[in-house]
Design a protein. Structure first.
Length: 730
């Protein structure tokens, strides 16, 4: 920034959250303002949020330039944050207003500091409980010490505010007047440190030294499931807190936060700030403001927490760094792992990428020395990695409506009889992926997408997994009207549970699938019940692969290990490898040794063999060699161009025009493939066409692409999205 402070009347350039392709000039308000100040400015008849980006451009009639209305009472945006947004925008080809929206996703930022009434758990139990009262208390219980406004609490509990007022009278809920946005409780880095194993101690020491250096650096923390990666990186967090800097821990799944919060509390004596879709608006705003003022030492959150206005960010942990949910697939297309590295490199922070099965990108970066490497080899305590095996499905005789082979069933029974738990894994939600008419062959599809509707028997509906549309399960075929000829084809978790109930009539079967639980609370409760031994057989989707501890679980049976291998996806092998290793890592975490078996029709497949042998280095080397030979990421660069619109022909014509006029990208040595209809050629009624741009590693691809696509004005409802480093190609 050339200039820090602007006196009243001086021209300032303001970046707003409105979709304009430039900053707008305003006059600094009475009292002046700093660069980075959050301001309210007039735009047409409206008032909009903006940030003072620098001196005004002065290319507009000065007489018409209006004054900034007011400066908001929040810490100004730091220069490093402005830089982060600019570089992030340049990397992902995202317009700046959209970046600013990511950085200001907290309601009521401009509200003045004031007192308001909040509600917390009281200390008396009401004599008489009603459903509504139970729900209110359950919400307060779930969120521990957090306070809610009356409106929020009523909404979350699904009750009227009079129920809450009633509970206040009874002393079961406490009403307090509190200033808005109080700091988070102090975290003590020396509170509950555990005795680490020798290997863990070394790893922790290594990370602590890096954090203490105060410089930027990225470390890949690799270790099998249960080796204590979390314990180790919490020591890095402790060091960061000792230095008075802030730490951010990114988790791939909100369902994991409850367990994690408890661990943080045990380690540091209090809970950190949270930032994800499961926290209330009041808490979001509090977190946003406190992070900026230094009233929050640690944040745990989803990927968008990277855009919080940290005052002094010293450490970012990306847990399960290989997880695909770190890539935002909607709106601004960014990969939180890469953005974490970018942000840290700007503000002199350390990044720790933790995983049992890193992404190939991170593995290659670590091999090349771009990232440091810290490894944990042993599982904590007695636990050893499970024995791995396959069941050759060509040797099994199974009717077409059954998926659990006799071999697998035998293993399950043996475990359950010993009082242990078995997990049957299938990465498919619902009852059956296809509903087929046996009379005419029609498969029921979504009306708005080119995708099949998935039967969810539990909800008694068909669901489109693309757009979420649901409809009742018909009795007659929508195509030929034949009655009672519709048949479910293939298994999902619900159907597998049905089969398990038949095969193991005395066992208690539980389903763990993200769509089965209305709230994070219900899911958490179910996970706790299962962990405590509340069921014998778990039927689960990839939700179970992520970090939950089930101490009684000793057998993992993968129903269809081939499922992920069929795809033509660049990362099919990598994903299958990661998923299978992760799922099997669920077995035998405590003292009982575990086993994992995969049902497969191709036991000779190199990926299946690599999973079996556990030769991770070998797998990555082979995978890396293949990608390198093909010039694919991370050895080359890819960008996806996704065009969409309601008129199929117009969309394809735009695709063809782009492909014909690709000189701007060819100039940097890039190749353009396509256009081709996207694998899912219609979503929510919009037709989709894809192009793929492939280039060498060192190529300044973004600038070339911006130049290329910028020449094509978008008519009507046509949309063009650029996906740099695409992770999915649907
Ligand atoms: P990872 O993150 O690698 O999967 P965790 O950090 O979750 O591993 O550790 C697995 C389990 O072992 C957890 O329950 C954790 O509390 C426990 N654990 C790991 N290391 C220690 C230790 N040094 N002392 C006590 N418990 C430990
Ligand atoms: Zn749909």
């Amino acid at each position: 920034m050339e200039q820090d402070f602007f006196h009243e009347g001086e021209l300032v350039a303001v970046l707003t959250t409105q979709p304009l392709d430039r900053t707008l000039d305003y006059k600094a308000p009475e009292g002046g303002c700093f660069a980075g100040a959050f301001v309210e400015v007039p735009l047409g008849p409206r008032k909009v949020l903006g940030v003072v980006w620098g001196p005004g451009k002065g290319d507009f009639d000065r007489a018409k330039i209006r004054f900034v209305i007011r400066v908001l009472d929040v810490a100004p945006m730091r220069e490093e944050m402005r830089l982060f947004l600019e570089r992030g925008a340049a990397y992902t080809l995202t317009p700046m207003p959209a970046m600013l929206r990511l950085a200001t996703r907290a309601p009521g930022l401009g509200d003045p500091l004031s007192m308001r009434k909040v509600y917390r758990m009281g200390d008396r139990q009401p004599d008489r409980m009603t459903d509504a009262r139970t729900r209110v208390l359950a919400v307060l219980e779930e969120f521990g010490g957090l306070a809610f406004t009356l409106k929020e609490l009523a909404e979350m509990a699904g009750t009227s505010s009079s129920v809450i007022k009633g509970l206040v009278k009874l002393g079961a809920v406490r009403e307090e007047t509190s200033p808005r946005d109080v700091p988070f409780p102090h975290l003590d880095p020396d509170w509950g440190a555990k005795d680490l194993t020798e290997e863990q101690t070394e790893a922790a020491k290594d990370l602590r030294a890096k954090v203490a250096s105060g410089d930027y650096g990225t470390t890949l923390l690799r270790g099998v499931t249960g080796s204590g990666k979390t314990e180790v990186y919490l020591e890095a967090v402790a060091e960061c807190l000792r230095k008075g800097r802030q730490a951010l821990v990114l988790l791939p799944e909100i369902a994991l936060t409850a367990e994690f919060l408890a661990r943080v509390q045990a380690r540091f004596g209090a809970k950190p700030a949270e930032w994800h879709s499961g926290v209330t608006m009041t808490e979001r705003r509090r977190t946003w403001k406190m992070v900026g003022q230094g009233g929050a030492q640690m944040v745990i959150g989803a990927r968008s927490a990277l855009f919080l206005p940290f005052r002094d960010l010293g450490l970012v942990i990306v847990d399960e760094e290989h997880d695909t949910s770190y890539k935002q697939e909607d709106g601004v297309l960014y990969n939180a792992r890469d953005m974490a590295v970018l942000r840290a490199s700007i503000c002199g922070a350390q990044v720790v990428l933790a995983s049992a099965t890193p992404s190939l990108e991170s593995w290659v970066n670590a091999e090349a020395g771009k990232y440091a490497k810290v490894e944990l080899h042993a599982r904590f305590g007695e636990a050893v990695m499970p024995r791995m095996g396959t069941i050759d499905m060509r040797q099994e005789t199974l009717p077409s409506t059954r998926w659990i082979s006799d071999s697998l069933a035998g293993k399950v029974t043996a475990r359950v009889e010993k009082g242990e738990q078995a997990l049957l894994f299938i990465n498919r939600r619902g009852y059956a992926p296809i509903t087929l008419c046996r009379a005419c062959g029609h498969q029921i599809g979504c009306d708005h997408c080119d995708s099949r509707m998935v039967e969810h028997r539990f909800q008694k509906r068909l669901v489109c997994h693309q757009c979420g549309e649901t409809k009742p399960i018909p009795t007659a075929c929508p195509s030929c009207a034949a009655e009672d000829r519709l048949a479910p084809i293939g298994p999902g978790v619900e159907r597998l549970a049905e089969e398990a109930a038949l095969l193991f009539p005395d066992a208690r079967v539980a389903i763990l699938s993200s769509d089965r639980f209305g709230s994070a609370r219900a899911l958490k409760a179910e996970i706790e019940t299962i962990a405590a031994g509340g069921c014998d057989i778990i039927i689960g989707t990839q939700l179970v692969a992520k970090g939950h501890n089930f101490p009684l679980l000793t057998l993992v049976g993968v129903i269809d290990a081939d499922l992920g291998l069929h795809g033509s996806d660049l990362r099919a092998a990598e994903r299958t490898f990661q998923l299978m290793r992760q799922v099997s890592g669920r077995a035998g975490r405590a003292e009982t040794p575990g086993a994992a078996v995969m049902q497969t029709y191709q036991p000779e497949h190199p990926v299946i063999r690599a999973i079996l042998s556990g030769d991770e280095e070998g797998f990555w080397k082979a995978e890396a060699a293949q990608r390198e030979a093909a010039g694919m990421p991370p050895f080359g660069r890819l960008a996806g161009i996704v065009l969409s619109g309601s008129d199929a022909q117009q969309v394809m014509e735009l695709g063809l025009a782009l492909a014909r006029n690709d000189a701007a990208v060819r100039a940097v040595g890039a190749q353009v493939f396509g256009p081709a209809p996207a694998p899912i050629a219609r979503v929510r009624g919009r037709h989709r066409v894809r192009l793929l741009v492939k280039a060498g590693k060192g190529v300044a691809l973004q600038r070339a692409i911006a130049d290329w696509v910028g020449r094509f004005p978008l008519k009507g409802d046509l949309r063009l999205a650029v996906d740099i480093d695409p992770q999915s190609f649907y």
